[in-house]
Every structure is written in structure tokens, then in C-alpha cells.
Write a protein that binds this ligand. Sequence first.
Ligand code: 6MZ
Length: 342
Amino acid sequence: MQPSFFENMPKIELHAHLNGSLKMDSIRELGLQLYGENSSDFLKRIQEFTTFPEEMDADKLSKCFQKFAFMHELTSSRKGLQLATQMVIRDFARDNVIYLELRTTPKNNEHMTRREYLETILKAIQASREAYDGIIVKLLISIDRSQGLDAAEEIVNLAIEMKSQYPTIVRGMDLSGNPAKGHFKDFLPSLEKAKKADLHLALHCAEIDNEDEAQEMLDFQFDRCGHGTFLTLKQMQQCKEQNITIECCLTSNVKCGTVKDYDMHHFKRLHDNGIRSVICTDDCGVFDSTLSQELAIASKVFSLNRNNIHGLCINAIAAEFCDDNEKTDLRQRIDKYFADNT
Ligand code: 6MZ
């Protein structure tokens, strides 16, 4: 299959962090819009943020988290955040993504409260549908495990409130942030509350080797597992039994050093064992990739044929946090593409 097959294919993205999905060109554009004449200092710093050392480094994942500070600076004002959200949606739409679940951690600073942060993004999402060719965008609200429990509690309460105000957009919650920091157990009450309020849960789990924590998470039960890199085979089977879909982010894992190389990626084990997985980008800006490229890599490295790729799309539809009418419509669009491109 040619790269154009993946580029033209209508695609579904289920694991994309808003600030990590700002592409280099969009960062430049945003810098110019925000800082105008004074943007040259800022532009000089761009290069360092998408550069990853080639050699394996045990600390690579932690270093990756330092890169986000750069984007957070750009989106610390309402204007910057609104423009960034629009640009991220635009860039996914340009890659023919027709359904996008964006996730982000609400931040508070001198310009915005966490509520205002979310409202700014929600307005930008509402405006995006017409602007970018009918793309459907949902929002998952993240708890950052490296931050405290008070922040988590405030964020869950906001998520519940925003879900009632924007029921078709706010669909679920995520637990993310540096997996070496914080403990899942501490966030249990907040996540229980989210579950009771019918928010779907897509949680980062087993991104690093911590079998006990992964087990606690699986026993808690949630809808989708971000990464799942270090799940044991038994835990993968548990995902299958519990109908948990695993969001595989190939380039992210390789660049962060949690997977040595593409051909060592756990996607293969999942695929071979019939455990439902999907291909996602994670942070397509930071990792300089696109969903089309990630699917092309998966197809090449794991020898996936057209039916396998179609199967991955069907997995993604099954795992989306949207309503059945939207799923039916997306399924028709994707099936048509495969029928027209035999
Ligand atoms: C865990 C990640 C992540 O929320 O500011 N994030 N959390 N594992 C990953 N693997 C590489 N990549 C990104 O987007 C950036 C934030 O998403 C989380 C981190 O908390 C990061 O600061 P937002 O929009």
C-alpha cells in the first residue's frame, strides 16, 4: 500500500494530547501571531523541542515531559489556546482525520482559571466543525498524575459540569502525565466519581514497567488503555475479557525509549492474540508524525494487509466515545473508502 492510501483514507484518532499535537509549522504560525515582531527569540528555541537523541537513554521519557513546557507557554493565554486548538484540529483534518478525540489537562494561571481553559477549548471545538470539513471532535479531560489530588478533584467536578453543558463534546476523562510520578490508587476516588457520572475512561496504563499498578487499574475497570506497553500477557487477556481497547502509539513509544524499535512494539503481541487495539499518534507535534504515517509504519513493520487496516478502523469505531448514529455514519464513510479502493 502506497503512503497516499493512508493519507487519503478517512481516519479516526483516539489518543491525542492537545498541546503535544501542535505541529512545528503551527507552532511557528502561533508564535508569529502571538509575539509578532518579537517572535525571533521564540523561533530560535523551536528546534530543540522536536529533537530527540538517537541513543537509548533510560531518562528519555522524563525528558519528553520537559518539552511540553514549551507548548504550555504558547497556550497560557486565551488567545493562544483558542488558536492552538483550531490549528490542531485543522492539522488533523488536513490528514483526513474525520473523528478526533482530543484530550487535555485544564490549567490555571494568571490569565485563566481551569474552567476558562476548558470553555476556551470547547468554543474552539464548536467552531471547528464547519471550518474543517465536518470533522467530529470530542474532548476528554485529563488528570495529570504528577499534580496533586486537589487539582484532580477540581478537574473531575469540572468535567462532570462540562459534560452536562456540552454533552455531545465532553465524553470522558484521561489519567496521564509522567507515569513515574504519583500513584494511581490516590486518584481512585476522583476516577470513581467520573465513572459514576457516566464519563468514559481512557487511562494511561502500563506505559512504564509497574505490574502492580497496572493490575490495580485493570481491576478498577475502564474503557480504553493508553499505551499498555508493559502489560503482561495475562493482563492483555484481561483487557480482552473486559472489552478494553489498547491505544498503541508507535513513534511516541520508540522516541520516548519505552519500546526499543518499531518491530519490538507490543502492537504485534496484541494483534497476534486478538486483543483489540488501535493506532494513535499521542503527540504528533512533539514526535513529528501524522496518523497516516503511523498507520503506514504499522502496515509495513507488521505486514498488515488492507483487511487488517480496515479491521483497525473498525476497532476504532467500536472504541469511540460517541453515539451510535455517529458510529454508523463513520462506518459507512470508512467502508466506502475500502470498497472504492480495492
Ligand atoms: C503520559 C502524556 C504523554 O494536556 O497539556 N502527555 N502523558 N504519557 C505520554 N506519553 C508520551 N504525552 C503527553 O498535553 C500535554 C500533556 O499531556 C500529557 C502530559 O501531561 C503533557 O504535559 P495537554 O494538552
